[in-house]
Design a protein around this ligand. Structure first.
Ligand code: BGC
Length: 513
């Protein structure tokens, strides 16, 4: 354990603190649900909306005219930078906003950051519902993106801090479950509104995002901040009272002291982002960044954003394509449950490797013969692909970075994770329709190449973190790995270093001699 004023009473790492599952913890789960729902709804809604004729006619008349001309090349009729910007501007705004959010989560707390996210969301929805021109539409998407940047930074932090240790993993994937429910909800709404033969169809689709947005805003007004955040900002007594309330017990002294100690160490690190670049943090950083790039290079969002467009390209009718999107959305939700059930039993590596094989096989058929019988087979292949993603790269892309960083770099690590994720989401969203236009169905060959690379990465470089207490990762995971153990060497103290028993991270150089 770290040294310092409180170290004598601080319990050893990995000790389970006394905690009940209290109503306030349940309210926190609902919070996560609304944050995740909002993100998921934004991911799911744009594809259906961009397939609606009234929407295209108003904002993208060039694309609309192309969709009306039967003889135009199928693969290229949606290739339009403005149309892709409608989808991707949200992610560009989100990846920038996440760095501001890392400041507000530290200085103003998790709760206020979630409130800011909720307000951004409401403003974004208002612009979208009322949009009269492309500029209003894009401003709305940018505001929603700021909401995503703030919410995806604060909600997972809020959750892992408020959750009792023994259900923290489950709660983490619960966030992803709600992302998938948000996507499905958006798909259902799009399916319903596509039957409305006026501009109200797309306006309702975009407007219903107001429900999760309002829930997040009201929810963040009702909950208290986390004890970690209160203590970090010097509000010790308040932090202690909150800890007692959320744990449902008076025996909170050991956890309280650990939080005080953790916040002391975190405060010693003046430049969390510079600290992240130190050699001994390299393995976690490489893995967090690689996992985000790989998650997006599975090609999942090509399907999530553009499924209706994709199905239309394949020759499905308008509502048949939305109907198929609803099926894929449901597969996504149900398969995430598999992950919640099995992640702590079979482990992270097993899920990722199995899914790699499943995704590779489902992407390899890239025939250009798009008659209806074949199209049904494509839907089955897409469902096979989505289910594999939903129990592997979807939830684990978020879970693994959150559990491998040491405490003092965890929040900076989270910012980098969110930023890289949204950056690559943006790249895929912006490029996919052009890639579809140029590569045709060979595009799935491109994604299956990536699946091969990421599976090799998992096989050789990703250590198993199942059932390892979060504060024991250095000793039990990184120092045992054939490659990463070489990075676990001391690279000198400086003013920016937290000192633990004279050695950082509990690392003892003498034992390495
Ligand atoms: C990814 C999103 C994706 C979603 C699909 C998430 O884990 O970060 O980009 O759209 O899963 O379910």
């Amino acid at each position: 354990m770290p040294g310092g004023g409180f170290s004598a009473s601080v319990p050893p790492a990995g000790v389970e603190f006394e905690a009940k599952i209290t109503p306030i913890v349940i309210v926190s789960c609902i919070m996560a649900a609304t944050g995740g729902l909002m993100f998921g709804y934004d991911v799911g809604v744009s594809g259906g909306v961009t397939a609606m004729p009234h929407f295209l006619k108003k904002f993208f008349p060039v694309v609309y005219r192309r969709t009306q001309q039967g003889d135009d090349s199928n693969y290229c009729k949606y290739d339009n930078q403005g149309l892709q910007l409608f989808t991707s501007s949200l992610y560009l705004a989100g990846l920038t906003a996440t760095f501001f959010a890392s400041y507000t989560t530290r200085r103003l707390g998790r709760r206020l950051t979630m409130l800011i996210a909720g307000i951004f969301f409401i403003a974004g929805v208002a612009f979208n519902v009322a949009a009269q021109n492309l500029a209003m539409l894009i401003v709305g998407r940018i505001l929603l993106g700021c909401g995503v940047g703030f919410a995806n930074q604060a909600v997972p932090l809020f959750l892992s801090e408020i959750a009792p240790t023994r259900i923290r993993g489950g709660l983490n994937i619960l966030f992803q479950l709600n992302v998938t429910i948000g996507i499905l909800f958006a798909n259902l709404v799009n399916y319903g509104t596509s039957h409305i033969k006026s501009q109200w169809g797309w306006r309702i689709s975009l407007g219903l995002a107001g429900i999760p947005a309002a829930l997040l805003t009201v929810g963040s007004l009702l909950v208290t901040d986390t004890p970690n955040s209160l203590i970090e900002r010097g509000r010790f007594e308040e932090g202690k009272a909150v800890l007692r309330k959320i744990r449902g017990t008076d025996k909170i002294e050991p956890e309280f002291l650990e939080l005080v100690e953790a916040s002391r160490i975190a405060k010693e690190v003046k430049h969390p982002f510079r600290n992240l670049l130190k050699r001994r943090n390299r393995p976690q950083l490489v893995i967090a960044v690689a996992l985000q790039i790989f998650q997006q290079c599975t090609g999942i969002n090509a399907i999530m954003f553009y499924a209706p467009v994709l199905f239309k390209t394949l020759g499905f009718g308008g509502s048949a394509s939305l109907y198929s999107t609803v099926i894929t959305g449901a597969v996504n939700v149900l398969s995430t449950l598999v992950s919640i059930y099995s992640v702590d039993k079979v482990g992270r590596r097993m899920l990722l490797l199995e899914a790699g094989i499943q995704m590779f096989l489902s992407q390899t058929d890239h025939s250009e013969d798009l008659h209806t019988g074949f199209a049904v087979l494509v839907v089955i292949m897409i469902c096979t692909f989505i289910s594999a993603f939903a129990w592997s790269w979807g939830p684990l892309g978020w879970l693994i970075p959150s559990e491998t960083f040491p405490l003092e770099t965890r929040s900076a690590g989270q910012s980098v994770t969110v930023c890289v994720n949204l950056l690559f989401t943006f790249v895929i969203a912006q490029a996919f329709l052009s890639m579809l236009c140029h590569f045709k169905f060979g595009i799935f060959l491109f994604f299956s190449g990536w699946v091969l690379i990421m599976s090799c990465f998992v096989f050789f470089l990703l250590p198993e973190t199942k059932n390892v207490p979060i504060e024991e990762m250095t000793e039990r995971v990184w120092k045992q790995h054939w490659l990463w153990k070489n990075f676990m060497v001391d690279d000198g103290f400086d003013d920016d270093e937290p000192k633990k028993n004279g050695h950082r991270n509990g690392f003892d150089p003498v034992s390495q001699l």
